[in-house]
Design a protein around this ligand. Structure first.
Ligand code: SAH
Length: 250
């Protein structure tokens, strides 16, 4: 595990003070890569003030216009959430999640996403993730301040880094690199298109089919070769569909 490959992504943060608090929490624990997706107010004096001696984390923060852009090159993405959602994703606490993140090799990119102060992450944003993280809390009040939630997650990563139990990376015995979020998004579009072509998916009544398929594939984590095979199968399927449509009597 390499903390330099783990990025903290804040989505649509409202209060610049929280951005500063996050920068400080990260630097205290040895993380430095902050991504800000459409922050409402940044740069800002309040962010600088709350960051204290972590101004460098703010200075090097990457601001993006979309979440997809912020995680395009990531092989593993974790979404944080204060409450359960309708279709439940694999859900881990910060300690279990740190162990899972530690399986990433030194050249893999990992992202942890944090949501808006008022509404958290949307269901569509959570669907981009391999797994979800929930910080256990009192039942009476489950929503932590944004910077405090980041602190808890970064602390667990730090503890694991110091631990003799640090797990072996997942790809030590693997022959092909795991694929990125960007390639997975292309695959999902291709899959959806093909399932529509073969009339397995009805665009007028898609139900939760694509969400369930996303959940299935995000559980296994595909490598580059496996992804190419699946894309190849989809391309051939589409060819056969268009051939057989041409043959149909008019
Ligand atoms: N009302 C929002 C909570 C937003 S708190 C909701 O129901 O989702 C802002 C962000 O802090 C969340 O999007 C999440 O990234 C993080 N956070 C707060 N409490 C958390 C918890 N108990 N577990 C995991 N993440 C949490």
């Amino acid at each position: 595990m390499n903390l330099n490959n783990i990025r903290i992504v804040l989505v649509n943060t409202s209060h610049p003070g929280n951005i500063g608090g996050v920068a400080r929490a990260m630097k205290n624990m040895g993380l430095s890569r902050l991504y800000l997706v459409e922050p409402r107010q940044f740069p800002d004096e309040q962010a600088d003030w709350r960051a204290a001696s972590a101004a460098d984390v703010l200075d090097t923060a990457v601001v993006t216009e979309s979440l997809e852009e912020a995680i395009a090159d990531c092989q593993f993405v974790v979404g944080t959430s204060a409450r359960g959602r309708r279709i439940s994703w694999p859900l881990l606490d910060p300690r279990q999640c740190a162990e899972r993140m530690a399986l990433a090799s030194n050249d893999e990119q990992v992202a942890v996403l944090f949501g808006r102060e008022d509404r958290g992450l949307t269901n569509d944003e959570l669907k981009l993730c391999n797994l979800h993280l929930n910080i256990p809390t009192s039942e009476d009040y489950s929503s932590l301040n944004l910077a405090m939630a980041v602190q808890v997650v970064c602390y667990e990563l730090r503890m694991l880094l110091n631990s003799p139990l640090l797990p072996k990376t997942e790809d030590e015995e693997w022959d092909t690199p795991f694929t990125t979020g960007e390639n997975m998004e292309r695959f999902y579009s291709h899959l959806e298109e093909t399932l529509t072509d073969i009339e397995f998916l009805d665009p007028a009544a898609p139900r939760q089919l694509m969400v369930r398929l996303r959940r299935l594939y995000s559980r296994v984590r595909l490598d580059e070769m496996e992804l190419n095979i699946l894309r190849g199968i989809l391309t051939e399927t589409q060819k056969w569909v268009s051939k057989s449509k041409k043959k149909l009597p008019k």
